[in-house]
Design a protein around this ligand. Structure first.
Ligand code: C2E
Ligand code: MG
Ligand code: MG
Ligand code: MG
Length: 286
């Protein structure tokens, strides 16, 4: 730790900050080459019907294996990609790759792809989605785009146009991390979502029936049902959480209790039979 007089301490922290800025710059530089070097992969986490335990789809989650630093979490590098103007090419790669891999899976498994608000604000997004679907030969209703509430902070006419264009392609839309962002509910009225994903933060505290988080989840489910949208509870790890989620009539579940994200090959093995059912087996390892 910093010792001695104020000057020394200042120098300590300032070089610490310098180091952090340097790390960030280096990471951004490495990120620029990561796609070309084949360091990116998609991992797929099953989304399960809470009643039947049948897998209805998977969410594509990007994984970066850095040559020196090993696996780097998307929560670390996606914000960097957004700031450094790299999210558009990265996002296009994710869309193409996810559609390509999904077209090889048997049955009706859907693939959900996370779309950054920066991609959503680009008028070319529908063209890129259409092109990814066509190149893969994937039916549009097997692709679900996950977006967050932050897209509603942008110009509302443009947002409405984007929704219309994407729905026009026949893809599904999901509202991710619901309840954590911009909290006006007015937008839900006109936005054509097929699904609301209830953020893990609500689930985490919701182990006791009657808890405040359980009340919030119940309200979200009622809202979704009234608007004819499905619900997915994210981040379910324990049997207690799963029991409660089922009692609250959340339609779908995603979490370590069913499965961690798996590779496309692993997924092909599981799904080979055409329909894929998994038993909950949590609490899972961290
Ligand atoms: P998200 O879209 O909300 O994805 C869910 C995250 O929760 C994933 O983290 C997933 O691995 C994790 N998760 C799933 N089940 C559990 C559980 O039971 N317990 C816990 N503790 N976590 C669970 P991941 O893969 O690290 O991704 C983090 C975030 O990075 C994603 O949150 C998403 O916002 C972003 N992201 C990931 N892939 C992409 C991508 O291809 N494009 C964009 N734009 N963003 C992505
Ligand atoms: Mg997501
Ligand atoms: Mg989420
Ligand atoms: Mg998230």
């Amino acid at each position: 730790a910093a010792k001695g007089n104020g000057r020394g301490r200042f120098a300590f922290y300032s070089s610490d900050l310098h180091q952090a800025a340097e790390d960030r710059r280096k990471l951004e530089e490495d990120l620029r080459d990561a796609l070309a070097r084949g360091e990116m992969e998609l991992s797929y986490q099953p989304v399960v019907n809470a009643k039947s335990n049948m897998v209805t789809g998977v969410e594509a989650l990007i994984r970066w294996t850095h040559p020196d630093r090993g696996i780097i979490s998307p929560s670390v590098f996606i914000p960097i990609a957004e700031e450094a103007n790299l999210i558009w090419s990265l996002g296009e790669w994710v869309l193409r790759k996810a559609c390509e891999e999904a077209a090889r899976w048997p049955g009706e498994l859907r693939v959900a792809v996370n779309v950054s608000p920066i991609q959503f604000a680009n008028a070319d997004l529908p063209k890129v989605v259409a092109s990814a679907l066509a190149a893969a030969g994937l039916p549009p209703d097997r692709l679900e785009l996950e977006i967050t509430e932050s897209v509603f902070l942008a110009d509302s006419n443009e947002t409405a146009r984007m929704f219309k264009a994407l729905k026009g392609l026949g893809v599904r839309l999901a509202l991710d991390d619901f309840g954590t962002g911009y909290s006006s509910l007015g937008y839900l009225q006109s936005a054509p979502f097929d699904k609301i994903k209830i953020d893990q933060s609500f689930v985490r505290g919701a182990t006791v029936k009657g808890s405040r988080n359980a009340a919030i989840i119940a309200a979200i489910v009622a809202l979704a049902e009234a608007l004819d949208m499905e619900t997915t509870a994210e981040g379910i790890e324990s049997h207690d959480q799963l029991d409660l989620i089922r009692k609250l009539a959340v339609s779908h579940v995603q979490g370590y209790i069913y499965s961690e994200p798996v590779s496309s090959d692993e997924l092909l093995d599981h799904a080979a039979a055409g329909s894929w059912m998994i038993k909950p087996s949590g609490p899972a390892r961290q």
